[in-house]
Design a protein around this ligand. Sequence first.
Ligand SMILES: [Zn+2]
Length: 428
Amino acid sequence: MRAFFALLLAFFALAPAHAQEPATTFIQAGRLLADPATGRVLSAHTIVVRAGRIVDIREGYVGEGEGEVIDLRDRFVLPGLIDSHVHICHENGPDDRVRRTVQTAADLAMDGVHYARVTLEAGFTTVADMGEENDAIFALRDGIARGRVPGPRILAAGNALSPHGGPGDPAGYRPDVGHVLRRPSLCSGADDCRRVTRETIHRGADHIKITATGSVLSDIASGLGQQFTDDEMAAIVETAHALGRRVTAHAHDAAAINAFLRAGGDSIEHGTNLDAESVRLMRERGAWLVPTLLAGETVTRWGNDPNSFLSPAIRDKALRVGPRMIESTRRAHQGGVRIAFGTDASVSRHGENAREFGLLVRAGLTPLEAIRTATVNAAEHLGLADTIGSIAAGKAADIIAVDGDPLADVAALERVAFVMRDGRIHRR
Ligand SMILES: [Zn+2]
């Protein structure tokens, strides 16, 4: 018996192992911020990558003759960036109203393929999509995961949940046209919201996004206050958590932010008018704030344009929200609230996501703190801390490089020179 096993072992040892053995890639990094949590910058190290994973970080420049060597000796190397709030299948603009009536799900998927590539090439190797007009996002997410099209790893909400008449209910259309555009994610009353939560997860949602308050870009003058009731939000959170999904809320006014946090919600998108109680609740519950300052900057610019394409209702809300966001983020940060990076790209242009870093610094974060929001923080916020967010053995090989030193000037992150996702190179 023993001899048999010895023979078996010998057979496997003699088998042409390197025929199946995946190739090894050696990334020689001049400067390396492997773990933004510590902030320690290593010089002259080599990251060893095999089968899409990081297997080792070695001192010095090694790997010549052992596999593919990537020379990033004159670059600054860091983990792939994470944007926790995008809408990757479209971009907002003057033709929004017509676009919604003519674009099919297939059209949105095609645009999503383009925007996904642009986003990945900008160094964002993971994004969380916070709501689309239909289920095209699931096809895009799965196509990228299968390697059919290049793009960031996507976590998708599908349709955002909204009350009837709320931000998810198309406004500003002829009633019969508006009716056709209605999404299946509207609900009214706790029981109905439980049903819609279950159905959204059943269709493929990785997380649940709700619109707790009015929103800037819906064409209706119904304010920025709470729209889902306390019991509707509690029903959604309870149902989603029971099915293993996080819940995040689009929320501008404080009453809704606080009601959602008391209902057990996991994170707040925008948080424009958060107050001292919001800060207290977010800290107490470990809830994340996703500030989306780039969206604030964009709608402020649109609102101040004398030839603005915004309708009067939208323009009024844009100028009430946009200019306030930096200040509320500063307040949350000073209060010790955990911040995860998110841009709301679709309001801003896809691929310009890294402009958010400069705005976070304007809100009082140090460059290192801003980088943490898009790496270790966002990874934890999205429940992927074991897989992404830092460069460490066992994690996905999501690695980017920039020119210059982003710890001295975060704008360096707007000039990405190298992108690898899951071990595949997408820019060099
Ligand atoms: Zn959004």
